[in-house]
Design a protein around this ligand. Structure first.
Ligand code: ZN
Ligand code: ZN
Length: 535
């Protein structure tokens, strides 16, 4: 199975928020798939939630392409928005300048996580004409009204409002009626802004309703129609967007283009649950993508995001340990900066460096295990002789790729797919460790089959595709930074050990090895020299 094969239309199933069911993917045009995904509002650096909202559609796009689909992937950038205007006023820069700065930062972060660029990345500021046309259509149809230069969508006029989020208009009206902050100029509290009249100093464009700027929801209706047509296959985004954003998109687009238009399948990813309650405010409980990729290889983050099914919540845990006794410190102890176990007094500044991320550590270890296996398999294939005769590979290694693909086809079950790798990995490690009792040709063919299959897995996941040895060194050095290992000391000891061995001073060589072990480090000797690794 490869990207060149005919697309695999029969097997892919996705959970559709609109129907509440897992459904067979049937695209409008066989073999083609149009995907629209709500992108970032660019006013700050990205955090893990933004990363998940980009990695999940990336996984979908990669998988569909692997299955032979011709995918057109559109992801927007919201570069005009209340938050951008507020933040730029705080920082004393133009909103457009702030938006460009954080669009660039978004691109850097997402590319570090190995997400593919969308095929089209429209910005609101490039889509103003289409937005104005769409609002005008809604006005013509009586689905929108203008009050003093603000244009609102008339929710009660659109039958089917609430069908995505499973809410009833009557219940929503009742709930809204008891609120005191309702804008009296709107016909009903549920009506939402399509166009906002310009306030002094804000960016604005000329429209039939006066100077102003688009409301938030209208951009996605206008951009998806512009780049994918009134009908398209899949709409993605975070679960937090279901209401009101996606509900409003449906109202706008179907209001303008007809009830049976717009996205057929709605795919939503779950939240990330930050273990904020375990962490004192003074240490901060909000980690940006770049703060995390400064201490973990970016691929570790990507891998971590795929260890849980995309619809499930992902618990991002962290802990703070005492710098003296390494006991976990609770929130109160962090605030007082005094360890409850040993009484050690410290500072918030030092404690900040004591934050540990157990789930990222686990993902990092697992990824290192996979890359170590790939590195060893690569070395084996370079040095061993190729199979002299054709042998048929069977068992876990042969079954790995089809089983992996089957899990991915089942609503993009990446955690199930990753689980499929366990048995083949351990089989390969056994084969690499010793050829005892194994047919030589079969051993070679099995390891070669594994490496080839893992290349396809890497293509689908966007993981495991780097040069294994280089990745392992990067990971080792980042881990050294996290655990505070003195790398200079390790290098000194390695040099001393080499000269001790050259002088055949075995007592000294053993003593140095023990000292390295005390630092948590082991030395591996191979024909090219000595390298160190964590024990
Ligand atoms: Zn959107
Ligand atoms: Zn302590």
């Amino acid at each position: 199975m490869s990207a060149n094969n005919a697309y695999n239309a029969n097997n892919i199933r996705l959970h559709n928020t609109l129907t509440g069911n897992k459904e067979k993917l049937e695209t409008l045009e066989p073999g083609k798939c149009g995907i629209y995904c709500c992108g970032p509002t660019v006013y700050d650096y990205t955090h893990l939630g933004n990363a998940r909202a980009a990695v999940v559609p990336d996984l979908l796009v990669r998988f569909l392409r692997h299955q032979g689909y011709e995918v057109k992937y559109v992801r927007n950038v919201t570069d005009i928005d209340d938050k951008i205007i507020a933040r730029s006023a705080e920082q004393g820069v133009e909103p457009a300048e702030l938006a460009v700065r954080f669009t660039d930062a978004y691109h850097q972060d997402m590319s570090s996580l190995n997400t593919l660029d969308p095929d089209v990345e429209p910005r609101v500021s490039d889509t103003i004409d289409e937005i104005i046309d769409l609002v005008a259509t809604l006005m013509d149809k009586g689905l929108a009204y203008d009050v003093d230069g603000d244009v609102y969508f008339r929710v009660t006029k659109f039958k089917g409002y609430g069908k995505l989020s499973k809410r009833s208009v009557d219940e929503m009206l009742e709930a809204a009626g008891s609120r005191i902050d309702v804008d009296e100029r709107k016909e009903t509290p549920l009506d939402f802004a399509l166009w906002k009249a310009a306030k002094p100093g804000e960016p604005s464009w000329t429209s039939p309703w006066g100077e102003g700027r688009p409301g938030w929801h209208i951009e996605c209706s206008a951009m998806s129609a512009k780049h994918l047509g009134d009908n398209f296959d899949i709409h993605g985004g975070g679960r937090d967007l279901i209401f009101p954003h996606h509900e409003n998109e449906i109202a706008q687009s179907q209001g303008a283009h007809g009830e049976d238009t717009y996205a057929r399948t709605w795919v939503h990813n779950g939240f990330i649950n930050f273990a904020g309650e375990k962490m004192s405010k003074s240490l901060g409980n909000f980690f940006t993508t770049r703060e995390l990729t400064a201490i973990f290889p970016p691929e570790t983050l990507r891998y971590y995001l795929m260890t849980v099914h995309y619809r499930s919540g992902l618990n991002f845990d962290l802990e703070v340990t005492c710098p003296a006794c390494h006991a976990v410190m609770d929130k109160e102890q962090q605030e007082s900066a005094v360890c409850g176990s040993c009484g050690h007094e410290t500072t918030a500044e030092i404690l900040k460096k004591q934050v540990r991320f157990p789930s990222l550590e686990d993902a990092d270890d697992r990824l290192a295990y996979i890359y170590s296996t790939l590195a060893a398999a690569g070395r084996f294939l370079e040095t061993a002789k190729a199979s002299a005769s054709e042998v048929i590979v069977e068992g876990p290694v042969a079954e790995m790729l089809p089983a992996f693909v089957a899990h991915m086809a089942n609503d993009l079950n990446s955690s199930g797919a990753l689980g499929v790798l366990s048995k083949p990995l351990s089989e390969i490690n056994t084969l690499l460790a010793s050829g005892k009792g194994v047919n030589k040709d079969l051993r070679y063919a099995t390891i070669a089959y594994f490496v080839t299959s893992m290349k396809e897995v890497a293509e689908i996941l966007g993981c495991f595709g780097k040069d294994a040895s280089e990745w392992l060194v990067q990971r080792r050095d980042m881990k050294a930074g996290r655990v505070g290992l003195d790398v200079t000391r390790v290098d000194e000891l390695l040099v001393q050990r080499i000269s001790a061995r050259q002088e055949k001073d075995w007592t000294a060589a053993d003593r140095i090895r023990d000292e390295l072990a005390e630092l948590g480090v082991t030395v591996q000797d191979d024909p090219t020299g000595s390298v160190w690794a964590f024990l």
